[in-house]
Design a protein around this ligand. Structure first.
Ligand code: PAF
Length: 283
């Protein structure tokens, strides 16, 4: 398995694979890989002849008060996992390789980026779209794989690819959870034992909401209130947002119908965790 931080070298290798008629899957990550990432890689390996994993903690998608410096990093461990699973190449650039000192071109969107995480993280999605666009140009893959845990990110990337005619298929993959239901996330490593236990409230509140919907409730307000009540019962938890939106447009719904995304962001102590579920064709 090749590891390269050099854009030209990665481009040349990918070009050669393409000339040989090989299909290519790209799994963009910020590293500190967990089973959620591994599930994306496994699927990419199944569906493509070659798989490139990018590992880049993208400074542009972190706000000034966010966790860029403390975001966990362990390239050796990540590389061992990638090698074992059968990844062909890791792209691991330095920030200076991705962003020249006078970098000033961005990819942005109006609409889907304003709700949910966009409210509390105003520069986040511009950073995500810009880096993902760059990755799609550096590794012109047939398919790129993203987790549904970042559901808004997935919707935004799908829309960007459609609007800007990127020649790549976006594959969304299900949320992978710990045995007790906590969605896997690199940020779970920030939690101490007490907080780790309190973090179960995210999945619990979503399960309560799912049950309420299954019983016939279609009012977004009732669903949100049910989630809020569950979260409030946990003293270490504080909701950042609880939203019920259309999954394709990320616009708030009053009444559940169509493709529905129920998404939450919750502070457990200082750590902000997200989770969600999607229901298709609700009527
Ligand atoms: O989901 C992530 O880890 C990041 O937002 C991504 C897509 C790798 C872009 O930096």
């Amino acid at each position: 398995m090749k590891i390269s931080g050099n854009i030209k070298e990665v481009r040349d290798i990918v070009k050669e694979w393409k000339q040989q008629g090989l299909s290519i899957g790209l799994v963009p990550t910020m590293g500190y890989l967990h089973e959620g990432h591994l599930s994306l890689m496994e699927r990419a390996i199944k569906e493509n002849d070659r798989v490139v994993v990018s590992i880049f903690v993208n400074p542009m998608q972190f706000g000034p008060t966010e966790d860029l410096a403390s975001y966990p990093r362990d390239l050796d461990r990540d590389a061992a996992l990638c090698e074992k699973i059968g990844v062909s190449m890791i792209f691991h650039p330095e920030p200076s390789e991705m962003y020249a000192d006078d970098f000033c071109s961005y990819v942005d969107m109006s609409g889907l980026t304003e709700e949910l995480c966009g409210k509390s993280r105003p520069v986040h999605f511009r950073g995500v779209q810009t880096v993902v666009s760059k990755l799609f140009h550096i590794v012109p893959a047939n398919r790129a794989y993203f987790g549904q845990k970042d559901a808004q990110q997935l919707a935004i990337i799908r829309r960007m690819v459609r609007d800007l005619n990127f020649d790549i298929e976006i594959i969304g993959c299900p949320i992978i959870r710990e045995e007790d239901g906590l969605a896997k996330s690199s940020r779970n490593t920030y939690l101490n034992t007490e907080e780790r236990n309190a973090a179960l409230i995210l999945n619990k509140s979503l399960t309560n909401a799912k049950n309420l919907i299954a019983s016939g409730e279609r009012s977004a307000k009732q669903i949100k209130d049910c989630i809020q009540e569950t979260i409030m019962a946990e003293p270490l938890a504080k909701a950042d947002y609880i939203e019920v939106v259309n999954f394709d447009t990320i616009k708030p719904l009053e009444k559940l119908n169509g493709n529905v995304l129920v998404a939450i962001a919750v502070f457990i102590g200082k750590t902000r965790l997200i989770d969600n579920f999607i229901l298709e064709n609700v009527n």
